[in-house]
Design a protein around this ligand. Structure first.
Ligand code: BTN
Length: 274
């Protein structure tokens, strides 16, 4: 018999084994966007590690101002609020930390391997299964020049979706469609919070990805693969060789290594979405 996938505050709490991450929960049956809620809650004094979850969003947003369709019932829409004592310039790495934590989560819960036959990360932070996107992350920050007020990491995960909207079917899938396995969304959220708590700790030890780089690279879809770098100053092709401690993508071009910053340029596979 199928387990009912009910998502509410109690369900989330019952699946949480963390010390601080996700301990303050704000659950909405419907809201505009968990990122918008997170910003409001941050201003109102919500704590480091607060977790905002919605069953449905009416103004879900993706990167580059795109719409993130957010119907109820099958997917996860959540945002983690952080108040890290790091420099504003270091904050973009947190998006890679979250991508790694989510990749580990799917690997463990769905019994998948890291790499081509399982879970992959498309730099910097899309998570991919069978060459199709299953998760997107939108990180936003409020800061002065030398001090962060807060960072919010919004995550949309296609967990139990039985169908992907027609225009996205070439590029996106869900964990259920890719594996045939249906899990409770609260279990996925709980495990993701647990891994993120551990990975965040490692990030804070060095304020960079030194202790996470190797694990991240194990999931990296672009490693040793030809990519096209969509640099606003001029597009070019190269071979992605991995990331450095700052999370920048290393591109080999004409025998030289060029570093590519997340947020500044995007990288596209030469064949299809990845
Ligand atoms: C992307 O474009 O890949 C990022 C998508 C991020 C979507 C999530 S869903 C939860 C949070 N709230 C939003 O409005 N966006 C993020």
């Amino acid at each position: 018999m199928e387990i009912p996938d009910i998502l509410n505050e109690d369900e989330i709490r019952n699946n949480l084994k963390t010390e601080w991450n996700g301990r303050e929960i704000h659950y909405y049956r419907e809201t505009d966007s968990t990122n918008i809620r997170a910003k409001e809650l941050a201003k109102a004094g919500a704590s480091h590690g607060a977790l905002i979850v919605a069953e449905a969003q009416t103004q879900g947003r993706g990167r580059l101002g795109r719409v993130w369709e957010s119907p109820k019932g099958e997917a996860v829409y959540m945002t983690t609020l952080l108040k890290p004592q790091i420099q504003p310039i270091e904050a973009s790495m947190l998006t890679l930390v979250m991508a790694l934590s989510l990749a580990r989560t799917f690997q463990e819960l769905y019994g998948l391997e890291a790499g081509e036959h399982g879970i992959q990360i498309k730099w910097p932070n899309d998570i991919v299964l069978q060459k199709k996107k299953i998760t997107g992350i939108l990180t936003e920050m409020s800061a002065d020049i030398d001090r962060i007020h807060y960072v919010i990491i919004g995550t949309g995960i296609n967990v139990n979706n039985r169908k992907i909207q027609e225009e996205l079917q070439e590029k996106a899938t869900s964990l259920f469609l890719g594996t045939g396995k249906k899990l409770k969304r609260s279990q996925v959220i709980g495990k993701a919070m647990e891994y993120f708590e551990q990975d965040y700790q490692k990030f804070m030890e060095s304020h960079d990805l030194k202790f996470l780089k190797e694990d991240y690279e194990n999931f990296l879809v672009n490693k040793d693969v030809q990519v096209r770098v969509l640099d606003p100053k001029g597009e070019y092709n190269g071979i992605a060789r991995g990331i450095n401690d700052k999370g920048e993508l290393l591109i080999e071009k004409d025998g030289r290594i060029i570093t590519v910053y997340a947020g500044e340029v995007s990288v596209r596979g030469m064949y299809g979405y990845v």
